[in-house]
Design a protein around this ligand. Structure first.
Ligand SMILES: [Zn+2]
Length: 102
């Protein structure tokens, strides 16, 4: 499991990190970084031109939990426990899932 430190962008309120392909970057709201500092973790789906990814936040990092076709990733995401939430940042609406405490 790869650990990635995200880079925050204060202008858009989003953080970016390199995708597993290393050719592209993916984004998520910086608010989720703040949430992680408070011990609240989220899962979300993102993708680049190469693949879809299932990501979860974890303290000051994000973890890739899966990579593959969008359908398979969506199924993995649907299987996760948690509550669906929508976060708005400079890039628009961001759908994610608040994970229950470990
Ligand atoms: Zn890519």
């Amino acid at each position: 499991m790869r650990l990635i430190s995200p880079i925050a962008n204060s202008k858009t309120g989003s953080s970016k990190f390199p995708a597993l392909c290393r050719k592209h970057e993916v984004y998520y709201p910086a608010q989720l970084v703040q949430e992680a500092f408070r011990g609240r973790f989220y899962a979300f789906i993102t993708s680049c031109e190469c693949s879809a990814y299932l990501i979860r936040t974890d303290s000051d990092r994000v973890r890739f939990r899966g990579a593959g076709d969008a359908e398979g990733i969506a199924a993995m995401y649907a299987d996760l426990p948690g509550r669906d939430v929508v976060i708005r940042d400079g890039r628009g609406e961001f759908h994610c899932k608040r994970l229950p405490p470990d």
